[in-house]
Each structure stands twice: as structure tokens, then as C-alpha cells.
Design a protein around this ligand. Structure first.
Ligand code: ATP
Length: 246
């Protein structure tokens, strides 16, 4: 469904991505792990068109989308849940969700079933539908950011560090929701610092270091690889979470 071929991105003199190639098959859930500054966010931004590629191709369902503006990429069904969630604080939960529909050109009357699907995945959002988005906890805001993307009817969902700042309990809930979405057929590319959890819930994974893919394969095999264990999984299993916020 998604094929990245020889993608390079430069920020002035910084070569953030160097000839990166990866594949995400339809219906799969793929992890992208790597240390801080490896280029993971840049890769997602370059795929969805918000960062300019210096070289390479991004094929989405066979069509090269390099140079396509992000709003048009979104309308093709490739939606991005950015790091930091970008919830509009003064708007209600329901209004934030509606933005996801409007962002892909949705009309005023066709959001009903999509909204019910989001509320059945995250019942908590239904309970808080009239509450200001900015008053939600970190975990609830992550659910809202995912729900907002789902309102745009994605065919492929890109997620940037969904567990960042969340407690282990809330991370479990968010990851369980991602697994459920994948089981329902949604294709997912997941960027995560929490390598252990990312390898647990995905079938395949790529490891990015200093702008290059240095390893890829079945997630279960990577989780058993001594070098991956040493660098990414450690004794306790996974990157240390940032200060836990629920
Ligand atoms: P993290 O896990 O910390 O979010 P990352 O793997 O997502 O890191 P990126 O944020 O993509 O990495 O950054 C890759 C490299 O590009 C880093 O060296 C970073 O400093 C640099 N970089 C990112 N954005 C910019 C920018 N707008 N201008 C200049 N350099 C940038």
C-alpha cells in the first residue's frame, strides 16, 4: 500500500534522511523504531507531504505522492496523528472530532456513523463529548487525536509516538485500540520510542538510526535480536517513558 523508495530529506546542512526505503503492506501494522533524532518524525512528515523530499519516491497505492500538499494526501486516505496530538484546546471533544471530517472535505451530514465508530472504540470520548479538548488528560487527548484522524476515514494511519508521556496503563489502552483498528483492516505505520511495546503489537518493523534504515524484519525476530535487545529493549524492556501523565 505504501512504498518509500530512496527517500532523502535535508534541513539546510542536516541530512535527516538518507536514502530510506520501506514497505507497508495493505492490512499490516508496521513499527518504526530508533533513537532520538534518528529521523522518524521527519520520515512521517515527508510521507504526508509536510516536509519536502530532496530525493526519492513515496508511492501510495502505486501513485507517487512526493510534492502533493498535505491536505490532498489526507484526502487520498493517508492520515497522520502527529507527535504532540495538536488538539484544539478551546473546542469541545465533539468539535475536535468534527475537524477530522472537515479536514478531508467531509460534508455536514455524513459524519454520524463515523462518530459512533470512534465513540465505540473510545467510549470515554463520548462521555466527554462536550468537554473542552484542552481539559482532557494526556491519554484522553491521544485518543481524541486518533479519533479525529479516524473521522477522515483513513486507509493508512501514520502515528508519531502515541505513547509519549502516557502511563503504562493508558499506553495499554491506546495500543489495544490500535490493534483493534488493525484487526478491522486499517493499515498502520507506528513510530515509537517504546520499542518493546511497538515490537509486541506489530508484525514487521524497521530500525532507523542517523537517517538510515539499519535493520528490518519480522517484529518477533527483531525482539529476539541481541543487538536490538541491547540498544532498544534493555533489561526492563523498552525506552524509559517520559514523565507519565494520565
Ligand atoms: P525524536 O524521537 O526525538 O522525535 P526523530 O527520530 O523523530 O527524533 P527527527 O525529529 O525527524 O528525529 O529529527 C531528525 C534530525 O533532523 C535531527 O538531527 C533533528 O535535529 C533534525 N531536524 C528535525 N527537524 C528539523 C528542522 N526543522 N530544522 C533543522 N533540523 C531539523
Amino acid at each position: 500500500m505504501l512504498k518509500v523508495e530512496g527517500l532523502s530529506v535535508d534541513y539546510g546542512g542536516v541530512h535527516a534522511l538518507k536514502q530510506v526505503s520501506l514497505d507497508v503492506a495493505e492490512g499490516s501494522m508496521v513499527a518504526l523504531i530508533g533513537p532520538n533524532g534518528a529521523g522518524k518524525t521527519t520520515l512521517l512528515n515527508a510521507i504526508c507531504g509536510s516536509v519536502k523530499a530532496a530525493q526519492g519516491r513515496v508511492l501510495f497505492e502505486g501513485k507517487d505522492i512526493v510534492g502533493t500538499p498535505p491536505y490532498r494526501v489526507a484526502r487520498l486516505g493517508l492520515l497522520h496523528v502527529p507527535e504532540g496530538r495538536q488538539i484544539l484546546g478551546p473546542l469541545s471533544v465533539a468539535e475536535n472530532l468534527d475537524l477530522g471530517r472537515l479536514a478531508v472535505g467531509g460534508r455536514a451530514t455524513d459524519g454520524g456513523n463515523d462518530l459512533e465508530r470512534v465513540y465505540s472504540l473510545f467510549p470515554l470520548l463520548k462521555q466527554r463529548s462536550e468537554q473542552e479538548g484542552g481539559s482532557l488528560s494526556g491519554g484522553e487527548q491521544q485518543m481524541l487525536a486518533i479519533g479525529r484522524a479516524l473521522m477522515g476515514r483513513p486507509r493508512l494511519l501514520l502515528l508519531d509516538e502515541p505513547s509519549l508521556g502516557l502511563s503504562p496503563l493508558i499506553t495499554n489502552q491506546v495500543f489495544a485500540a490500535l490493534q483493534r483498528l488493525n484487526q478491522q483492516g486499517l493499515t498502520i505505520l507506528l513510530v515509537e520510542q517504546n520499542a518493546r511495546r511497538a515490537l509486541d503489537i506489530t508484525a514487521r518493523a524497521y530500525v532507523l538510526e542517523q537517517g538510515r534504515v539499519v535493520q528490518s524484519g519480522r517484529s518477533a525476530d527483531l525482539a529476539d535480536d541481541p543487538a536490538i535487545i541491547e540498544h532498544y529493549l534493555g533489561r526492563a524492556g523498552g525506552a524509559k517513558p517520559a514523565s507519565a501523565v494520565v
